[in-house]
Design a protein around this ligand. Structure first.
Ligand code: NAP
Length: 450
């Protein structure tokens, strides 16, 4: 891999990149099909990604005509890597088998190991014969919407495609690796003012938040909207807060510590609820929700902003959905993309229909939405929320941190990039946007550690 890295560092020509010999095998973070029963009988919180997520050498798969081989400089930990590594709610090998049955090229994915990772900043090393817009040497970021564009259902909103998948979760050959094979229609230009790890952390979470809040496909936030954001310093929430501020809205951030509250204040979110300090207990027991706690929560929101939220940005799921439906304003929207604390949801339907609220579902983003989000990052309107950076061989530790909610923002992972801070090609632009803004999450994490 050293010669590939040297070509990247020397900014070699496209022709030189095209002539580079590609290694036959590469390092990758993966789980093994043989291990899917290893946590049998354990609770979710007891399942430890450090036992299941391994770093191994794997053979480089053949590239299809509409694909590219990329040298991955950095990647990030997403919650889907946590799900894969604890084999919940299902082992992801079933997804690979289904893809394997779909086509000859799909069959490559059905392996006894699953290479995970749904984000990457990278350099294009090879392009398939059908690739038009990219060439070897291009510096790119990768979004994770894996779509077969020969399917008619993929041509209005590709997230509605019948065979839409999340790369590195429902497909193999993910981004937590030195190399990856991705479809050319997953590529976007790398923001020139960001390092490899700063540009690697945005794709999945920022694009998901963009669709949930900004796109016509979900809640269509307007200027002035009040938006209640659960997990406001987490992967999704850290971008959601910025999108609300950038779009002229008022974010109300919910977090679980004074440190996180301070971080939110530092990026301009003034209305903050520390759910732990307030000791909210929306469920009085496993089967019963406590409406008086919903009311206390709603009252606190009104106390902070004087109104009810137009939009509630939901993803914790079972623990919070009852409160979210209650707290949304009359005619307001709860937009949901996940259910970290449980997917069998309960809420009081009377609060939904009598007050004409709606629940809108959302899932990742189509290419256009991911592209528009990447453009905002490239413009410096939205900042990466990288808080700490790990090495590829520490991927399991990083996944453990995310699984146990020990992190803030996003955790980056260096793959081929030998150290942090590399890959910035426009330092003047970086200076214009402001080092302080770009590194707010990382500086905050460092200050807590110190
Ligand atoms: P994350 O970085 O772990 O952040 C989630 C935040 O949610 C945490 O920081 C935590 O904040 C808060 N939280 C966790 N459990 C909670 C609970 N029981 N009650 C209230 N708040 C809780 O994860 P993420 O990347 O934002 O992802 C969140 C969820 O969305 C995951 O389930 C992930 O799989 C899913 N997701 C879905 C999509 C999609 O396309 N559908 C895309 C990205 C992520 P505090 O402790 O500070 O409150």
């Amino acid at each position: 891999m050293q010669h590939v890295l040297e070509a990247i560092e020397a900014d070699a020509s496209s022709e030189d990149f095209a002539n580079l010999e590609l290694p036959e095998s590469y390092r990758a973070a993966l789980v093994r099909a043989d291990d899917t029963e290893m946590f049998a009988g354990k609770e979710s919180w007891e399942k430890d990604p450090r036992e299941s997520l391994r770093i191994e050498d794997v053979p480089l798969p053949e590239m299809a005509p509409d694909e590219v081989v990329i040298g991955v400089m950095a990647s990030s930990i997403n919650f889907n890597t946590v799900w894969t590594s604890i084999f919940e709610p299902l082992p992801t090998f079933g997804f690979l088998k289904r893809l394997g049955r779909e086509s000859e090229w799909g069959a490559r994915h059905d392996l006894p190991y699953h290479i995970v990772g749904s984000d990457a900043s990278a350099v294009v090393l090879r392009t398939g014969s059908a690739v038009r817009n990219w060439k070897p040497g291009d510096r790119v970021v990768v979004h994770c919407n894996h779509v077969d564009d020969q399917d008619p259902s993929a041509h209005n909103d590709s997230m509605l495609a019948s065979n839409q998948r999340i790369w590195g979760f429902e497909t193999n050959f993910g981004g937590l690796a030195d190399l990856a094979v991705v479809k050319a229609n997953q590529l976007m230009p790398k923001p020139s003012h960001l390092s490899w790890e700063e540009s690697a952390v945005n794709g999945l979470c920022a694009s998901t938040s963009y669709r949930m809040l900004v796109s016509d496909n979900a809640s269509r936030m307007k200027q002035g909207d009040n938006v209640l954001i659960w997990g406001a310093t987490g992967g999704l929430g850290g971008y959601a807060v910025q999108l609300v501020l950038n779009g002229g809205g008022v974010p109300i951030g919910v977090v679980s510590s004074p440190d996180k509250a301070e971080l939110l204040n530092s990026i301009g979110c003034e209305a903050v609820i520390d759910r732990k300090a307030e000791a909210y207990k929306f469920w009085s027991d496993e089967h019963t929700q406590d409406e008086s706690e919903w009311r206390r929560f709603g009252k606190q929101i009104r106390g902070l902003i004087g109104e009810d939220p137009d939009i509630v940005f939901e993803h914790p799921g079972r623990q919070t959905m009852g409160a979210s439906v209650f707290a949304a304003k009359r005619g307001g929207t709860v937009v949901t993309c996940a259910a970290t604390s449980g997917f069998m949801i309960e809420y009081d339907n009377r609060h939904l229909w009598m007050k004409l609220k709606r629940i809108v579902s959302s899932h990742f983003a189509n290419y256009q939405e991911a592209w528009d989000m990447n453009r905002l990052i490239d413009m410096g309107a939205i900042q990466p929320i990288l808080s700490a950076t790990y090495k590829l061989e520490e991927s399991a530790e990083a996944a453990y941190q995310v699984h146990n909610n020990l992190h803030e923002g996003k955790l980056g992972v260096l793959c081929m990039a030998p150290e942090e801070g590399q890959g910035i090609t426009d330092p003047e632009k970086r200076e214009r946007i402001g080092e302080d803004k770009i590194t707010a999450f990382a500086r905050h994490a460092a200050s807590i550690k110190a």
